[in-house]
Design a protein around this ligand. Structure first.
Ligand code: ATP
Ligand code: MG
Length: 528
């Protein structure tokens, strides 16, 4: 069953992977996944591609990175990327491709990537994508020259959660300011604040000592669309909560169709201790601490990259760890420690599926914390069924993965699932990042289109603001340096109570908005 490619790797720090991806991009532009509907190279094509590169091998180190770096200094031209939405664009070059308007310097904005590189975009016709990810990947290169809504550039701003200052308002939306860790701007240069039109979240929303759910709430509060959805991001950021939803899938489709590992949940350390006492004093057989249930894997709280996962060999260790949990102040779960041959990872990016087996080389029971061997697997119906079930959770996960361990006797146990922060593994991470970018473009195009249509409808049906309210809104917009889209501000504005005496103004304003929107959509839907 295990396929071809064999290589050493760890899902964390995979320096050099990006370079390889870049080379592939330059040499094989025709293999770039194409978007809308998002790309996916067919499994057979993927296999061939991997077979071609199977001679390559690399060593890797454990690291916190969820996706491997790509050296921005070696960024390939994105001219090979095509515009999925605008006919005949062929993926021009940022502002330069925005019709005749691009020639005017005053209309060109510069978004500085986290690597200090400046990227041009048309200030008057752009939508802002905020990418939340570690700096090892320069996401701006995947969107350079791309357009949505026919001729809108993508202004990419990238930051880690820690560098984001956010203000959300139910009427005016969300304003983001990017800061460095010591209070200065993240790029050390110009101040930058903007209103994101869309957000891609690749960084873990939570980890052992971090919790950024407050920012996810901010995006939800302001109605900023994200990938995965804010609902999904929030629900995937508590391991035991997500596992509880996997258990619901299992009870619905059956153990055979969704072989989730049996797990015990303890809200706090007292619950773990209680089980131990009960077992000793009453001889009550509790599955959690019965002697023949050792060794077990205890998983503490929500953390990634193997953190908080402990192998427990017997009652003494169990007691020690239970006591240590008292200072952790969180919950724990226990499950049988599977005598595993390897992990199997199944991932889905839109309609783009992949499966890998990961085998520890170092002998560590956690295959993701040291050197490991990676093999790509054929995407079977069984894998597809597991990942499709997970992808239906929380209103839909655009990007997700399922992790399993395969026992030496061949039995497979699902141990967890991940959302849009899933680690990218293997030698085709570059391909995965392109698939994520295409999916993001597609979703962003859809979200911005919807916002424009909504704004148009509201502009038609509602009345204007009072002078004071208009002033407030103008002040709010002046705080934002980035492109403030007419539809996003209109969307908020139209929620306000109408003033009869300004009915005519409102109609004029609505007509203007409609005229603009007709222009915008003429290229998408034909003349309106
Ligand atoms: N019950 C188990 N039996 C055997 N091995 C396990 C078990 N649970 C986890 N492992 C091993 O430990 C590794 C890490 O566990 P897990 O994926 O649950 O946590 P994590 O890696 O911290 O989470 P994330 O994948 O989100 O970073 C797995 O990849 C697997 O190799
Ligand atoms: Mg894992």
């Amino acid at each position: 069953m295990l396929g071809y490619i064999r290589r050493r790797f760890s899902s964390g720090d995979v320096q050099g992977e990006g370079e390889e991806g870049e080379q592939q991009q330059q040499q094989q532009p025709s293999q770039t996944p194409q978007p809308t509907p998002p790309p996916p190279p067919q499994p057979q094509q993927q296999q061939q591609q991997h077979q071609k590169t199977s001679a390559t091998s690399f060593f890797s180190r454990r690291g916190p990175s969820p996706s491997a770096p790509t050296s921005p200094s070696k960024s390939a031209s994105s001219s090979a990327l095509t515009n999925p939405f605008a006919s005949g664009s062929g993926g021009g070059g940022g502002a330069g491709s925005s019709g005749g308007s691009a020639g005017f310097a005053s209309q060109i904005g510069l978004s500085r990537s986290i690597f200090g590189k400046a990227h041009a975009y048309n200030k008057d016709r752009c939508k802002t994508l905020l990418v939340i990810d570690e700096p090892h990947t320069d996401w701006s290169k995947y969107f350079r020259g791309r357009k949505i809504l026919t001729d809108y550039d993508i202004r990419v701003e990238q930051a880690v959660f820690a560098d984001i200052r956010l203000t959300a308002n139910t009427r005016f939306g969300c304003t983001v300011e990017l800061m460095g860790s010591e209070g200065q701007q993240a790029d050390g240069k110009s101040a930058r604040s903007f209103k994101p039109d869309f957000v891609l979240v690749r960084q873990h929303v939570r980890d052992a000592d971090k919790d950024w759910r407050r920012l996810i709430i901010g995006f939800m509060h302001a109605g900023v669309p994200t990938i995965n959805s804010a609902m999904a991001l929030f629900n995937c950021s508590e391991r035991a909560w997500l596992f509880a939803h996997l258990a619901q899938i299992q009870s619905r489709v059956g153990d055979d169709n969704f072989p989730l590992i049996e797990q015990n949940y303890f809200p706090c350390y007292q619950d773990l201790e209680f089980k131990l006492r009960a077992n000793r004093s009453t001889n009550f057989l509790d599955v959690t601490v019965a002697q023949d249930n050792f060794p077990m894997a205890m998983k503490i709280g929500h953390a990634h990259s193997g953190l908080g996962k402990i192998k427990i060999s017997g009652p003494d260790e169990y007691r020690d760890v239970s006591g240590a949990l008292a200072v952790a102040g969180t919950y724990a779960t226990t499950e049988a420690l599977v005598d595993a041959k390897f992990d199997i990872h199944v991932q889905k990016i839109g309609a783009y599926y992949k499966a890998y087996a990961r085998r520890s080389i170092s002998g560590n029971w956690k295959a993701n914390v040291s050197s490991a061997m990676l093999e790509q697997l054929n995407m079977t119906d069984k894998f597809r069924q597991w990942i499709d079930e997970v992808a239906r959770l929380f209103g839909g996960l655009d990007i997700c993965s399922v992790e399993t361990v395969q026992h030496k006797n061949g039995r497979v146990f699902i141990i967890e699932a991940n959302g849009s922060d899933m680690p990218l593994i293997g030698d085709s991470q570059e391909e995965d990042r392109r698939a994520i970018a295409e999916l993001t473009l597609s979703r962003m195009h859809h979200a911005c289109s919807e916002a424009a249509v909504l704004a148009a409808q509201r502009a038609k049906s509602q009345q204007p603001l009072g002078d004071q309210q208009q002033q407030q809104q103008q002040q709010q917009q002046q705080k934002v340096n980035g492109a403030s889209t007419p539809e996003s501000s209109d969307r908020r504005r139209q929620q306000q109570q109408p003033r009869p005496q300004q009915m005519q103004n409102s109609l004029d304003e609505g007509d203007d908005t409609m005229r603009n929107l007709r222009k915008t959509f003429a290229g998408i839907f034909g003349d309106m």
